[in-house]
Ligand binder design. Structure first.
Ligand code: GLU
Length: 509
């Protein structure tokens, strides 16, 4: 590893919302920087103006803020290497492209889009569908390598449209080391003469990316695998400028749950889980759902993402952000694509929900209520419900009967489990309940057991009917805890009302 201070960047293009794969890239950069006492910065790569989407940059910053992985340099934040938005650095790039032309490492190309389309079409008809502007074809095209010097000067003076292309060397093996993939070797005969500078006066991604990584003193480039094919060109550019290249680490793709292909932005809502950190609404009004709005804790989301492609080498699964910083290393990032697991993602959420205290959860739950319940009451609801919930809101929905009398009773369970004699048993049990003086769970339970013994009944004969008549549903937390929480009077009244409702359902059959 290089001795330079660690400086890493997350360099999204504002072409839309940040996919969770992008958040993972940002996260690994963040973890790597923190682990190595380095700097994590964000740079907005907006040189392709045709793909600019309004609101995307704000979305990205907001998402990183929610995740708690904010960079320390970037737009809106500042820093010594700004501006951090490439369109605001526009004038910096041309001299670098011109320098390469002067040194015969790049050239002006005057071919119009139409001319190039014709070339492509001709090649196709001759059985070559993948025509490229490269070290072979360039010799028969209109560029500063083929045109006489005077003609080139004339065209430039006239203000003719041109691009600057990389003069890709012929038949050279480009070798570079990737911290995740090991040695990568690509022959330049497989690479085209990429455009470095466009006719609209903007650099392409490749040139701007290299110039900025150099000027911003980036030590490690940690980015998605989709950029691996661009890396040989980047390595050549560093060489052309005579700059030290940073270390590279290309992260594995995020795959669909069935392992079949890359997780795309459309997969999420189609398969029933978010692929974005926060909600995003397109200009056309289409909503893509986000983890935040679905009710995920940011720590659960981050924990899950960290383990998508990285493993700590132990069986530990739950990590706070600080623990992730401590445990993280690029060496433990896998080469193979990481399958996204929506069930495991929910599991992480459940673990984080359970790890919250009842008081904390009550505060969060109160946001979802109309404000009519005391925090103490909500705290009890959380205490009773949290083991069965995934999201904070679930506790209100699944535990609605804790705060209000049920107005529906589970028909299916009644039809399956209720018997004609059950009515009488529940009535009798209600009389026993009335006689309990200290109405706490342990007392209710021991009274219940004594009652069953006296009647020589199995537990199922009365417990489920008791639950159904008080809560309306067939499952939930401990029934004696629920009863104690509701209080004697309420329980007895609920049984009376419940039996009436259940009787009419029972007779419907
Ligand atoms: N702007 C590129 C992107 O949108 C960044 C690639 C890189 O990190 O070099 O992902």
């Amino acid at each position: 590893m290089s001795q330079k201070p660690v400086r890493v960047r997350f360099a999204p293009s504002p072409t839309g919302p940040l996919h969770m794969g992008g958040v993972r890239t940002a996260l690994y950069n963040y973890l790597f920087a923190k682990k190595n006492n380095g700097t994590f910065l964000i740079r907005i790569e907006d040189t392709d103006q045709t793909r600019f989407v309004p609101g995307a940059q704000e979305y990205i910053m907001d998402a990183l803020k929610w995740c708690g992985i904010m960079p320390t340099e970037g737009p809106e934040i500042g820093g010594d290497f700004g501006p951090y938005i490439q369109s605001e650095r526009k004038d910096m790039y041309r001299p670098y492209a011109e320098q390469l032309v002067k040194e015969d490492k790049a050239y002006y190309a005057f071919d119009t889009a139409e001319e190039l389309d014709n070339m492509r079409e001709q090649a196709k008809q001759m059985g070559m569908p993948n025509w490229q502007y490269n070290s072979v074809t360039r010799s028969s095209l209109r560029n500063s390598l083929t045109l006489p010097q005077t003609e080139v000067e004339k065209l430039l003076a006239e203000g003719a449209q041109y691009v600057i292309r990389m003069k890709m060397p012929r038949n050279r093996d480009i070798r570079f080391h990737d911290l995740i993939r090991g040695w990568v070797v690509v022959n330049t005969n497989n690479l085209d003469d990429k455009v470095l500078f466009k006719s609209d006066g903007m650099p392409t991604y490749h040139l701007a990316n290299i110039v900025d990584d150099y000027l911003m003193k980036i030590s490690h480039v940690i980015r998605g695998e989709e950029w691996l094919p661009s890396a040989p060109l980047h390595v050549l550019l560093y060489e052309a400028f005579d700059w030290d290249a940073p270390e590279f680490a290309h992260l594995p793709l995020l795959l669909r749950p069935d392992g079949n292909g890359k997780l795309s932005k459309r997969d999420g809502d189609r398969l029933g889980f978010p692929v974005f950190p926060t909600d995003w609404t397109t200009a056309e009004g289409e909503l893509y759902s986000g983890y935040r709005e679905k009710g995920y804790f940011k720590d659960a989301f981050i924990n899950m993402l960290a383990l998508l492609g990285w493993n700590p080498g132990t069986t530990q699964e739950l990590f706070s952000l600080e623990e992730l910083v401590e445990a993280f290393s690029l060496e433990r990032v896998s080469k193979a694509g990481a399958k996204f697991d929506p069930d495991k993602t929910k599991w992480f959420q459940q673990q984080y929900l359970r790890a919250h205290s009842d008081v904390e959860l009550a505060e969060l739950l109160s946001i979802h209520t109309d404000g009519s319940h005391s925090l103490e009451k909500l705290e009890m609801v959380c205490h009773l419900m949290k083991e069965r919930a995934t999201f904070v809101q679930d506790m209100l929905v699944d535990g609605a009967y804790l705060l209000a009398r049920p107005n529906v009773y589970d028909k299916e369970t009644i039809k399956k489990k209720w018997k004609a004699e059950t009515f009488e048993l529940v009535r009798e049990w209600s009389e026993e309940l009335k006689a309990i003086e200290n109405f706490v769970a342990t007392e209710i339970e021991s009274t219940f057991k004594a009652y069953l013994a006296k009647k020589e009944l199995g537990i199922g004969a009365v417990l489920l009917p008791f639950r159904l008549s008080v809560t309306g549903v067939g499952a939930g937390p401990g029934m004696f805890d629920i009863a104690a929480f509701l209080g004697k009077e309420e329980v007895v009244q609920r049984i009376e009302l419940g039996l009436i409702a259940i009787e009419s359902i029972f007779n419907e059959a």
